[in-house]
Write a protein that binds this ligand. Structure first.
Ligand SMILES: *[C@@H]1O[C@H](CO)[C@@H](O)[C@H](O)[C@H]1NC(C)=O
Ligand SMILES: *[C@@H]1O[C@H](CO)[C@@H](O)[C@H](O)[C@H]1NC(C)=O
Ligand SMILES: *[C@@H]1O[C@H](CO)[C@@H](O)[C@H](O)[C@H]1NC(C)=O
Length: 328
């Protein structure tokens, strides 16, 4: 039981049909978008080159903005200093009434100079601020350009598509393996049922013939039964044997197919599990033969055949149970 729970946990990559359908639709959508974008886009390399250029331009502009901010700060410091000088000079003039006319004229000249300087600094700061705003705008435009660039979108979509394709392939293959495993179990079920019928028919042959007939029957059977048709039991056995032989061929074929798929997909977790459930490495068709050797069949041998059949039926039940656990 513990083992089975472990197996189910291992098989977490199996999707439901609905999920698989959604995955396929998403894939188709991405595929379509991808093609659409590619048609409006130069080659990837050219696209990347353009992007790099825009990126470089944006970085240069951002550095320029920082330089402007430093410059504005410097201008502002000068402005503050000049303003301070001016107000100190004006205060000195208004408090001191005994200054000479010459000094007053000199101070007035100085005040005019400071006022001009202040106006010039204010104008300069305004210009720098405006230039800075223009740079900001330009940077935003470039950012938008980068965000919209088809190259990036194509790359993202392509990666997403690749991932989806891988996932889809894994899912499809896991489903293929499980389908084949179920097919094998169905065939095995039919084959074992036929074997049961064949054993019963053989038992009838052995029990309802005289010893002499019995020997003849088996010899004839192996020599392709020319004279067997007048024996009802033998004919029935022959008919069932024919069916059984065909069933056995189908079963061998199913084992081979399952082994091949599992080998091809050995990276999938489900492959390893299926290989273990079905003992794919040690499949032996001889196990299914009713006649192991020759004509020395005795009634007692029937019991051995029945026991062998019982063992194989238990094995089948176990395999069915484990596969069902895997799929739930
Ligand atoms: C100049 O500096 C003063 C004081 O630090 C500040 O309040 C003002 O915003 C600054 N002006 C500019 C244009 O940076
Ligand atoms: C074969 O013979 C046994 C008795 O020996 C009998 O019970 C059985 O029904 C016979 N089988 C058939 C198919 O007639
Ligand atoms: C065996 O098969 C043949 C051909 O299908 C059929 O005619 C015959 O009745 C069958 N015999 C028995 C005993 O089932």
């Amino acid at each position: 039981m513990k083992l089975l729970i472990g197996l189910s946990l291992l098989l977490n990559n199996i999707l439901s049909d609905l999920e698989l359908k959604e995955l396929r639709m998403k894939y188709q959508y991405i595929q379509m978008k991808n093609e659409e974008l590619k048609q409006n886009e130069p080659t990837n390399q050219q696209g990347q080159y353009q992007i790099d250029q825009v990126e470089q331009e944006k970085n240069d502009l951002q550095a320029e903005i920082i330089r402007k901010e430093v410059r504005i700060k410097e201008l502002n410091s000068s402005l503050i200093e000049r303003k301070k000088e001016l107000s100190q000079l004006k205060a000195k003039l208004s408090h001191n009434h005994k200054v000479s006319d010459l000094k007053i004229a000199d101070s007035n000249l100085k005040i005019t100079e400071l006022e001009n300087e202040i106006a010039r600094l204010k104008q300069k700061i305004l210009e720098e601020e405006q230039a800075k705003m223009k740079l900001y705008q330009k940077v935003n435009e470039l950012k938008q350009k980068l965000a919209n660039h088809d190259y990036d979108r194509i790359k993202k979509l392509t990666d997403e598509r690749k991932e989806l394709v891988n996932k889809l392939i894994c899912e499809e293959n896991a489903k293929k393996i499980l389908n084949q495993a179920n097919k094998l179990l169905k065939t095995k079920n039919i084959v074992l049922k036929l074997q049961g019928e064949a054993i019963d028919a053989l038992q009838d042959c052995l029990e309802n013939s005289t010893n002499n007939q019995n020997e003849n029957f088996l010899r004839n059977f192996f020599e392709n039964m020319p004279g067997i048709k007048n024996n009802e039991f033998a004919e029935k056995f022959q008919n069932i044997s024919e069916e059984y032989k065909n069933g056995l061929l189908l079963l061998e074929n199913d084992y081979k197919s399952l082994s091949n798929i599992v080998k091809d997909e050995k990276d999938l977790k489900v492959s390893l599990i299926i290989e273990n459930i079905f003992n794919l490495n040690s499949f032996n068709p001889d196990k299914y033969k009713i006649f192991q050797s020759d004509t020395n069949m005795k009634v007692e041998d029937i019991n051995l055949l029945k026991k062998n059949l019982g063992d194989m039926k238990s094995e089948l039940k176990q395999e069915e149970k484990e596969l069902k656990n895997l799929e739930d």
